[in-house]
Ligand binder design. Sequence first.
Ligand code: ZN
Length: 258
Amino acid sequence: MTGKIKATIMGCGASLGVPAAGNFWGDCNPDNPKNLRTRSSLLLQSEQANILVDSTVDVRQHMNTYDIKRLDGIIYSHAHSDHINGMDDLRVISYVMEHPIEIYGDHNTISELHRRFDYVFHGGHNVYRPFLKSNVIDYGPHRIGDIRMDLFKQDHGTCDTTGIRINDFAYSVDMVDLDETALKTLKGVKTWVVDAAGYKREKASTHALLDDVLKWSHDLQVEQTYLVVLTGLMDYDVLCNELPDNVRPAYDGLVLEI
Ligand SMILES: [Zn+2]
């Protein structure tokens, strides 16, 4: 077991954010601050470690809002642009720490990051210093600093993603389906933060349908489920009225003790 950890949902939005560029709010009420959503990203903080899950284009705003000056690791759930494209803004964190930030991901994720952002690992033109150091992880038990976790594979339609369980908490961003191993890893979880961006869609292709999330949550007897990867179709108050009491939409800045 890992000691007390603070998990902050820094962003709970889907790839476009809410409002999307052009001030498009979709079905979301602009007067409710809980509908103002940056891209989905999680901060894990223990006594010894700050860990980021994904580096979205909102990462600079997140680092400043939560006053994070040191990062002990970044876990990349997968290499889709909305989860990685803010990494350049973390250069300064690495330079202040005077060493590259350790990043973790499955084989395909790390390969894709090297293909698209080679300069962050190797520097460039004798001007840029490398500021990230990559580590390929296997699914299963893993530890960063004093934070122990179980990593598991999720199906995201176009690629696999990495889910994270820590103590009685789990984070399942960007997934459409969960296999037996994933469900076994999630057994006993009391707080589950999970992708439900398939809301109002008839067919699941890359993101979980709400009905599927509700069924998993019920079958796993999760005490409190929070939905993330929230699209412009997902108004906070409408969702609260539609969902069972133990399933709530997340909002930016939601803090959980895990
Ligand atoms: Zn994705």
